[in-house]
Every structure is written in structure tokens, then in C-alpha cells.
Ligand binder design. Structure first.
Ligand code: 5MM
Length: 336
């Protein structure tokens, strides 16, 4: 088990965090189309390998979550993508859920699927070089949601997935994401996130998952994107820490937040404040998709051949997140 704990610490220790580059083809198509780039496997690879070849990979990115298409690709230099990532001393990871589908008997909610055949798929991913995996449960916040059914069934799936991932020698990232969509306030977000996370650990413990060899990937505590509530970064940090302190068992080595639709700057600022206030033993870092890639993608879309320039933009964002994970970020250093 200390082996899995070592992998977890390699991914999130020393101010490093995770680059979530596991957009499924549908999501990646949306991202590329939003900047007028055609979504084909060549362009998806070109953008991603540009990031994976960046200088900041070595000091700032401890792990990269890949999608099935990417883990099977080779870079333009002929190197396999997982090897390219390991060469920067970063850990290759893989998204293994097959997506969130309509939850039977609660059709406005989602259940994440992908358990069938998972044991065999994990063996293949291990052979390809993956040493950690990711599964995302998705929950809506409203007066009646998330329902008990969604909280229980997603926790059960996350626990079964985690047990299988550990059995295959990899670290499971446990990602229960309560979406920011809606007009709920921060207090609702705190209550509901706490209930969801507690249920996840109840199930992980029932399934005998060794918590030392896991990483939690939660949302921060924020008001809904359509709420009128005004909240400052200090309050966000306090509420986020409170939620995690009361719901995450102390054996869990660390927490890597998702950005969930926050801007790059907001996600960095909030993480920094969380680390300034963090008195727990949990490592608190990032596992960002959009908040690490947005500016780089926009820059790259203007000239797909400008690899160096795109890498500079990405390096800056990765460095800012690295500083935030140590509580050393400031508005001044984030000026470009
Ligand atoms: C990278 O995006 C992942 C979603 O992919 P699909 O929806 O296409 O399956 C997502 O799980 C991501 O890893 C997390 O939500 C974190 O990304 P953000 O952009 O919220 O930081």
C-alpha cells in the first residue's frame, strides 16, 4: 500500500498538481470549435502534446489525466504519450468512466457508468503506463437535488471503481463534482457537498479501499453561477476547508480541486487562499482542466504552428497554480 501512497504523493506533493486533459472527444470538440479549430485526432494530439512537452511539466505538473484516445497515441517525435509524460517525471493517468448517463427513476440526475469490463481495461491501461485513474460522479444542486438515490448510487460506483483501480496497482482519483450551475447559495453548496463526500467515504470504507492510496478531487464551495450572492475569496476558502475537514477522513493524503467553470484567475486565487488558511494535514492542490488550458488553447488557435508561444502561455498558468498550491501566489506575479 505504501507503493500507492508514494504514487499519490508523487502526483500532488511538492506543490505539484494535475493537468486534467481527459476531455472525451465530444467535450474536446466543443472546446476546439469554440476557438474555430477543427476537431480531429491530429489536432487533439497536437494541442495536447504541446502542453505535455512544456517546461513546466517537470516542476508543476505531477500527473496528467488522459483520455483513451490520447493514451494510445504517439507524439510527433515518435514517443508514446505516457512515456513523454513520465520523461518529465510526471505520472500518466487515465479517465476510466464511460460518462454520466440518465439515472433511472430520477431522470433529471446522472449516474456515471463504466464498471462493466473495468478490471480488464485497467490491466491494459497499466501496461500502457498509467499509474492512476479517474472517475467523475456528477451532481446537480437544487432544492430537491442531489437526491438520496443519486448520492448513494454514485458513491457506490466510485467505491467499486476505486477498489478495482487499487487492485490493479493504480491510485484512484475520487471525483464527486457538484456542479456550479444553478441559483443555490454557498451554504447550500457546503451542506450538499459535505453530504455527498461523506457518503463517498462511507462506501469507500465498506469496499475496503485503502484511503492512503487515493486522492479526492472535489469542487470548491461556491455560490451557483446564477446566484446573486456576493462572496469573497477568504469566505470561499473558509467554507471549502470547513467542508473538507468535516467530511474527509484523515488518512486521505490530499485533495486536488477541479476548477468547475471558474476562470483561470479565480481558480488560482481561491486555491491560494485555501492554502493560506489550511491548517489540516491534507495537501491541497489543483486538478484543473479549463483553468490550466483556456489561455493556451486560445493562443494556439491563432496559429497552430506556434508551439513555443503556446507553451509559454501554459507554463505561466502552471507556475501560477504551483505557487497557489503553496500559498505563494499574488495578483502581481500573475501579471503577464
Ligand atoms: C477535462 O474535463 C473532464 C470532463 O471530460 P468529459 O466531460 O468530456 O468526460 C472533467 O472530468 C475534468 O477532469 C474535471 O471536471 C476538471 O476539469 P475542470 O475544467 O472543471 O477543471
Amino acid at each position: 500500500m505504501s507503493e500507492l501512497n508514494n504514487i499519490a504523493l508523487k502526483i500532488i506533493g511538492a506543490g505539484k498538481g494535475i493537468l486534467a486533459a481527459d476531455e472525451s472527444n465530444g467535450t474536446m470538440t466543443k472546446r476546439l470549435n469554440s476557438v474555430n479549430v477543427e476537431s480531429n485526432s491530429q489536432n487533439r494530439l497536437l494541442f495536447r502534446e504541446t502542453l505535455f512537452n512544456s517546461d513546466s511539466m517537470k516542476d508543476c505538473i505531477g500527473g496528467v489525466i488522459l483520455y483513451d484516445e490520447t493514451i494510445n497515441q504517439s507524439s510527433s517525435s515518435g514517443k508514446k504519450i505516457p512515456e513523454l509524460i513520465s520523461d518529465s517525471n510526471s505520472v500518466p493517468g487515465i479517465k476510466v468512466d464511460t460518462g454520466a448517463k440518465t439515472l433511472a427513476n430520477s431522470p433529471e440526475e446522472k449516474i456515471t457508468e463504466g464498471l462493466d469490463g473495468l478490471r480488464e481495461r485497467l490491466k491494459d491501461y497499466y501496461k500502457l503506463g498509467a499509474r492512476f485513474a479517474k472517475w467523475r460522479g456528477v451532481y446537480t444542486i437544487s432544492e430537491k437535488y442531489p437526491s438520496k438515490l443519486s448520492i448513494y448510487s454514485n458513491a457506490h460506483a466510485l467505491a467499486r471503481y476505486s477498489a478495482l483501480v487499487q487492485e490493479s496497482g493504480m491510485v484512484p482519483i475520487v471525483e464527486p463534482e457538484l456542479l456550479m450551475d444553478g441559483n443555490h447559495n454557498s451554504e447550500d453548496c457546503l451542506q450538499k457537498t459535505s453530504e455527498v463526500i461523506k457518503k463517498c467515504y462511507e462506501q469507500l470504507e465498506l469496499h475496503k479501499v485503502e484511503l492512503k492510496g487515493t486522492i479526492l478531487k472535489p469542487n470548491m464551495i461556491l455560490p451557483g453561477s446564477h446566484s446573486d450572492e456576493k462572496i469573497d475569496t477568504s469566505k470561499i476558502a473558509e467554507m471549502t476547508i470547513k467542508c473538507l475537514e468535516e467530511s474527509v477522513p484523515s488518512e486521505v493524503p490530499g485533495i486536488a480541486f477541479l476548477s468547475g467553470g471558474q476562470s483561470e484567475r479565480e481558480a488560482t486565487k481561491n486555491l491560494n487562499q485555501i492554502n493560506l488558511k489550511n491548517k489540516t494535514n491534507f495537501i491541497m492542490t489543483f486538478s484543473y482542466g479549463r483553468a490550466l488550458q483556456q489561455s493556451a488553447l486560445k493562443f494556439w488557435s491563432k496559429d497552430l504552428k506556434n508551439i513555443k508561444g503556446t507553451q509559454e502561455v501554459f507554463n505561466h498558468r502552471a507556475k501560477m497554480c504551483n505557487l497557489a498550491s503553496k500559498g505563494k501566489w499574488s495578483e502581481e506575479v500573475d501579471k503577464i
